[in-house]
Design a protein around this ligand. Structure first.
Ligand code: BG6
Length: 471
């Protein structure tokens, strides 16, 4: 049986407000945790925004969204993933009334997308906890955040109920275990943060996520709500059963999040884990029912790389990677930033999720962060010959097709950073993912002009043929 990308497959690109909007203090926006991490999500944290923080200006999407959306439309995007910056809607997070200018901005963006028939896919919280909530309540370590988040999501669900259908509750919700400030606005340093407090914060986010699903369906039963997890299949370093168990344990730290979102309850292996680590999660009255009754419609995930695990990690040098790291796999090559390139890992992720849950899957991030060189062609046009990016994306899409042939239900694919933006982990501009080059450099210089890379035309063709031109 030959099965290709289904009709209606949602091809597109993905971004996040804090990495590309800029205008960090315009239109009544408050500060978010991103505005005080000039070197990226792993710190250091500054008191106030500092000039060296490239995210403050981003790529100025706030003022250039019409030009950028026109370029997405030219590529034929069916869907476009972005996030709403929470602190544009509730600048501190605890106001009684939302900020109208912030709401209007996203109205304009969604209208512009619809003008071209592009469906928005909106992340409600993409590493953008309002800084005030972080400072006053220690972010998601506090239960109070659930109420503030509920108020925020109710506001945007009501406002955009006829403009947005697809919503994601928290970007890479599992990343809170590894980057508590960036992901959860928790100011306590990771060294001082107890496992008890960390997993309690996880519980708060899970409850908030279920609550968002409940509110969403009350406001518009047609809304499609997804969880969003950082997917990183973990291989055992050797066939030694101890390494196999270490890999299983590492994967379970990711699976808890999708298990709870899809099955509506904590898995038994987590009860054992909590017992072994002296953790006791405080459930408020109603939490159990809320989780059970408000499961997600689909699972979305990011996929950049796989990892390996060993029962004796001290015997290996730790590698670099997307938020979690891991031991380098001798069978794989790595990007310039040390992220291992593993297209088959995406095939595994898709199959593993589908075997486990049998609900639709959406790949909402995938891509190669690389250094690009802007060149001038004979006709004077500026472009980037990014064959390396084309081959990375093409190899991954071939594996998506393989999974579809296995019968996995895949809703769509949004490549990360479809337009160059500021990196989340390192806050650099030179780590580029886009089909569109943005003239901005690590030192903040540049015209902010946009140029189409070679991959722009390649992706346009992939979308036009619904993937038929993949090798
Ligand atoms: C994901 C995040 O972890 O990876 C994005 O959801 C991020 O926000 C992307 O940009 C790529 O990571 P980086 O560090 O290269 O920007």
């Amino acid at each position: 049986m030959t099965k290709e990308f289904p009709n209606g497959f949602l091809w597109g690109g993905a971004t996040a407000a804090n990495q590309y909007e800029g205008a960090y203090n315009e239109g009544g926006k408050g500060l978010s945790v991103q505005d005080v991490t000039p070197k990226g999500g792993f710190g250091p944290i500054t008191d106030m925004p500092t000039e060296d923080n490239l995210k403050l200006e981003g790529i100025d999407f706030y003022h250039r969204y019409k030009e950028d959306i026109a370029l997405f439309a030219e590529m034929g995007f069916k869907v476009y993933r972005t996030s709403i910056a929470w602190s544009r809607i509730f600048p501190n997070g605890d106001e009684t009334e939302p900020n109208e200018a912030g709401l209007q901005f996203y109205d304009d963006v969604f209208d512009e997308l619809h003008k071209y028939g592009i469906e928005p896919l909106v992340t409600l919280s993409h590493y953008e906890t309002p800084l005030y909530l972080s400072k006053k309540y220690n972010g998601w370590a506090s239960r109070e955040l659930v109420g503030f988040y509920e108020k925020y999501v109710r506001t945007v669900f009501n406002r955009y109920k006829d403009k947005v259908k697809y919503w994601l509750t928290f970007n890479e919700i599992n990343s809170i275990l590894h980057a508590p400030f960036m992901s959860g606005g928790i100011l306590t340093s990771p060294e001082e943060l107890s496992k008890q407090d960390l997993y309690q914060a996880v519980h708060h986010e899970l409850v908030a996520s279920a609550s968002a699903t409940k509110i969403a369906k009350e406001i518009n039963p047609d809304f499609q709500i997804g969880c969003m997890v950082l997917a990183m299949p973990t291989y055992p370093m050797t066939p030694n059963p101890d390494d196999v168990v270490a890999a299983m344990d590492a994967e379970r730290q990711n699976y808890i999040f999708s298990d709870i979102h899809v099955r509506g309850k904590y898995p038994n292996y987590m009860k054992r884990f909590f017992h072994d680590h002296n953790i006791s999660i405080h459930f408020e009255l109603g939490d159990e029912e809320l989780l059970a009754e408000n499961t997600v419609d689909f699972i979305s995930f990011s996929y950049y790389m796989s990892a390996t695990a060993s029962a004796q990690p001290e015997n290996y040098e730790q590698g670099k990677g997307n938020i979690m790291g891991g031991i380098p796999n001798p069978y794989l090559e790595a990007s310039e930033w040390g992220w291992q390139i593993d297209p088959k890992g995406l095939y595994l992720v898709l199959n593993n999720f589908y075997d486990r849950y049998q609900i639709p899957l959406f790949i909402v991030e995938n891509g190669l962060g690389a250094i690009d060189e802007l060149i001038v062609e004979e006709n004077g046009n500026k472009t980037v010959n990014d064959d390396y990016r084309i081959s990375y994306l093409s190899d991954h899409l071939v594996q998506v097709r393989e999974a579809i042939r296995d019968g996995v239900e895949v809703m769509g694919y949004t490549s990360w950073g479809c337009i160059d933006l500021v990196s989340a982990s390192t806050a650099e501009m030179k780590k580029r993912y886009g089909f569109i080059y943005v003239d901005r450099n690590n030192d903040g210089s540049g015209t902010l002009n946009r140029y189409k890379k070679k991959s722009f035309y390649w992706y346009k063709d992939i979308i036009k043929t619904n993937g038929a031109t993949l090798d």
